[in-house]
Design a protein around this ligand. Structure first.
Ligand code: ADP
Length: 370
């Protein structure tokens, strides 16, 4: 017998809201129910201020639906997308609140710092940068995890050459996969590539909440989150709901990409997440035959843009065939060719990130919202 939305809502009649005693099913807060075989994903709309109080409701909803015959996996997320004000509006309201930043979401036990690697648009090399940055941070001696939340094109299974599915360790907790000494979790491990999925904001948050909080990350110094590209409501909500210590923005040198990068910076500023800096990817080209360096695009744009925006410039990564080949072949260059000049560019980036994270730990920089 296949599951229906009515079955899910029936199970949710037994879950009561703490303030009103009303059933979750009747509250109109359940949104975007997606049923894929035995997998059930949905979101509970909340006001951002209720996040703490509604966490037990989220858990109760998961166990209620998890108990239905035929259900093998449940992902439930709290999302402010369905709150009276949109996530964007809330972020703006919070950012303008006199006296300070929006309330920080709860941390992830065992994980010291979480950083986002983001880009204003797709295809700029965000995932390649995130993966190599993660390996480089591990090379510097840190315990590192990677969370691939790029729902539009999860690429960490491919970049790290990982096949298979994460195992359940206890209850609903999944063990992360491992590669090159890193703990890796990807939406690509949870959703089959062939499964057509139309992702909407609340579902994205549901899946990310689970990957963040229901994975046995263990003891990590840094968790690198590969964000979905772009600066829409889903990304903004995510930037708001994941307890980020900072964000790295990846851009290519073209003007258009820089415009997008500017939007990325603005998005993190809105939700008071420190910008660790801008990286220029595919910055210049060194001819493998003659060693001649060509600045294919107007190179240096990201450095100027960083200065203009008042954020650190973290470095340049060349456009290089070995970076593409290793990244697409499951052997990130920092791990497979650690002595190469390209790997050294990522290591320099990692040192910069480590230094700014150290700063962020000692004293959170005061963010001035425009
Ligand atoms: P995004 O995550 O921004 O969509 P990816 O990291 O998936 O981008 O990169 C897109 C493509 O560009 C991939 O084939 C990747 O191997 C390649 N790529 C990324 N960075 C570089 C680089 N510095 N030099 C050469 N190819 C790169």
């Amino acid at each position: 017998m296949s599951l229906s939305q009515a079955d899910i809502l029936r199970a949710l009649e037994l879950v009561k809201l703490p303030a009103s005693g009303q059933s979750l099913a009747a509250s109109g807060r359940v949104a975007d129910i997606l049923i894929d075989g035995g997998k059930v994903i949905f979101a509970i709309g909340i006001d951002a201020t209720e996040a703490h109080a509604m966490e037990p409701v989220r858990r109760a909803a998961e166990s209620a639906v998890g108990g239905l015959p035929g259900v093998t996996q449940v992902l439930v997320g709290l999302t402010a997308d369905k709150a009276p004000a949109s996530a964007g509006m809330q972020a703006r309201q919070q950012a303008h609140r006199p006296g300070g930043a929006p309330p920080k979401p709860a941390g992830v036990p065992g994980v010291r710092q979480i950083i986002a690697v983001a880009s204003g648009k797709g295809g700029v090399g965000k995932s390649t940068t995130a993966a190599n940055l993660a390996v480089a941070l591990a090379t510097l001696g840190l315990k590192v995890g990677v969370l691939d939340s790029d729902i539009y094109g999860p690429s960490m299974p491919k970049i790290f050459g990982i096949a298979g599915k994460p195992q359940i360790v206890s209850g609903r907790t999944l063990a992360p996969m491992e590669a090159y000494g890193l703990k890796v979790m990807s939406i690509g491990f949870l959703v089959d590539e062939e499964t057509p999925m139309i992702w909407r904001g609340p579902m994205v948050i549901s899946a990310i909440t689970q990957m963040l909080r229901e994975v046995a990350w263990g003891d990590l110094d840094v968790l690198v989150v590969d964000m979905p590209p772009g600066t829409g409501d889903a990304q903004l909500t995510m930037a708001q709901q994941v307890p980020l210590a900072g964000a790295v923005i990846v851009s290519t040198p073209q003007d258009l990409a820089l415009l997008d990068a500017r939007r990325g910076v603005a998005m993190f500023r809105k939700v008071a997440v420190p910008i660790l800096g801008l990286v220029e990817n595919m910055s210049y080209f060194i001819c493998p035959e003659c060693g001649h360096r060509s600045d294919i695009f107007a190179h240096g744009g990201a450095r100027h843009e960083a200065e203009r925006l008042g954020v650190p410039f973290l470095g340049e990564i060349p456009l290089a065939m070995p970076i593409r080949e290793t990244s697409d072949g499951g052997r990130p260059i920092v791990a497979s060719e650690p002595q190469s000049a390209h790997a050294k560019a990522y290591l320099a980036l990692a040192r910069q990130v480590q230094a700014s994270l150290g700063g962020a730990t000692r004293a959170a920089p005061r963010i001035v919202i425009e």
